[in-house]
Design a protein around this ligand. Structure first.
Ligand code: S3P
Length: 431
């Protein structure tokens, strides 16, 4: 990613109107490619993400000898007939925590010896959360900084199932342990304090794995997967930027088509509705065990919200854009017990507070969240930073649209991590 790219965003002079589509879901794309590589026969994937993070997953798989062929744009075939091969080089997960943590779970129980690393941001993120349970399963795994940071060295070995209570509600930790459990002797059970996104459970079950869920607990047994074709919905986390923009720009009315509506991801809809947003779900259906539908959003006068701890895992990626909505909502929005935000692609609590202050918002930083007092006119006429973080870049863009004066965003290219073509989609609804 080119950290030097600068983008000027001009305040919108007219409402957002029209019908748009989102890029393919990033979380489901990673899983489709990784699980596809665990099937003996080729697997067809329809609507695979073009984002840089999912490309990191594909290139790690290719380094391991998996064939990835592209059939017309977003259709991929993943083929790993002969199993993983010993890689020649260090595996590079780029900026992608999902690639690193899920692949660590797969590789721990393989017959491969390798090292997996990432970019500067990923090398700062906590890895002991996966190393600890993998070691309990018998994995031969070590990492930098007293086993807390990437690069991670893995020597594939025979694993045994465990009963694990994860201290964090994290889909990446859960998926890592479940993928290790798929190749371990005996039963693996993982419980988490709150339910994190469950794409792994749904897709593994769709592919025939022996997996079952009881509230916040998932149990998996060694099993083979079958070569079912996988279809990926539009990304609700990408849609969040448009939902908020349409809610705060007067006169707007948009429809976002074919968005994934998995109940562990729809927290953004619940939060915006509680803030008095006007939203309607249309054409709801299910594909490959995932709910999908269209979302109609119209402008409304937003009010503040007190976000409760149990809602955090469900909106973990949407909190930066929720903060922008909160600046345009009447009253005090409170986000607490969201310390996890400090361990994402950037320290998102610090990033949100620093950048919103530059715009003139009334925001106060806490150790585990922030408090925003709305509604305030965002001044613009300033330079915003993105901290190598795609969601901070896209949130800054939406803030620029409702500011009084233009803003400049440095390092705007980071949007390509999950959403190449982000500004073009805004262009489709702003004329
Ligand atoms: C993801 C899980 C979440 C999320 C990330 C994608 C996934 O991370 O923030 O963007 O695909 O499993 P955690 O599981 O670490 O909370």
């Amino acid at each position: 990613m080119n950290a030097d790219t600068k983008k000027t965003v001009n305040p919108l002079e007219q409402p957002l109107k029209g019908v748009i589509e989102m890029p393919p879901d990033k979380s489901v794309s990673h899983r489709a490619a990784i699980f596809g590589a665990l099937v003996k026969e080729p697997v067809l994937i329809n609507n695979f993400s073009a984002g840089a993070d999912c490309k990191s997953t594909l290139s790690v798989l290719e380094q391991l000898g998996v064939e990835v062929s592209s059939r017309s744009g977003k259709i991929l075939v993943i083929s790993n007939k002969n199993g993983f091969k010993q890689p020649y080089n260090v595996l590079d997960a780029g900026n992608s925590g999902t690639t690193m943590r899920l692949m660590a779970g797969v590789l721990a129980g393989s017959n491969i010896t390798c090292t997996i690393t990432g970019d500067e941001s990923l090398k700062k993120r906590p890895m002991s959360r996966i190393i600890k349970p993998l070691r309990l399963m018998g994995a031969d795994i070590q990492a930098e900084d007293n086993n807390t940071k990437a690069p991670i060295g893995i020597k594939g070995s025979n694993l045994k199932g465990i009963i694990y209570n994860s201290p964090v509600a994290s889909a990446q930790v859960k998926s890592c342990v479940l993928l290790a459990g798929l190749h371990a002797e005996g039963k693996t059970a993982l419980s988490e304090p709150f339910k994190s996104r469950d794409h792994t459970e749904r897709l593994l079950s769709y592919l025939g794995a022996d997996i079952k869920t009881e509230n916040n607990k998932v149990i998996i047994q060694k099993s083979g997967l079958s070569p079912e074709p996988i279809s990926i919905p539009g990304d609700i986390s990408s849609a969040a930027f448009f939902m908020v923009a349409a809610s705060i720009v007067p006169g707007s009315e948009i429809v976002i088509r074919n968005v994934g509506l998995n109940p562990t991801r729809t927290g953004i809809i619940d939060v915006l509705r509680k803030m008095n947003a006007e939203m309607e779900i249309l054409n709801k259906r299910t594909e490959c065990n995932e709910e999908i539908g269209d979302i109609k959003v119209s402008h409304s006068d937003l009010k503040a919200i007190d976000i409760k701890k149990e809602m955090i895992p469900n909106i973990i990626d949407e909190l930066p854009i929720i903060a922008i909505a909160a600046t345009q909502a009447e009253g005090m929005t409170i986000v607490r017990e969201a310390e996890e935000l400090r361990h994402k692609e950037s320290d998102r609590i610090k990033a949100i507070c620093t950048e919103l202050k530059k715009l003139g918002a009334d925001i106060e930083e806490a150790v585990d969240g922030f408090v925003i007092n709305g509604k305030s006119k965002l001044r613009g006429n300033c330079v915003l930073e993105t901290y190598h973080d795609h969601r901070i870049a896209m949130s800054a863009y939406v803030a620029g649209l409702v500011s009084l004066k233009p803003v400049q965003i440095n390092g705007f290219d980071w949007v390509n991590i999950s959403f190449p073509g982000f500004t073009e989609v805004f262009g489709e609804i702003s004329n």
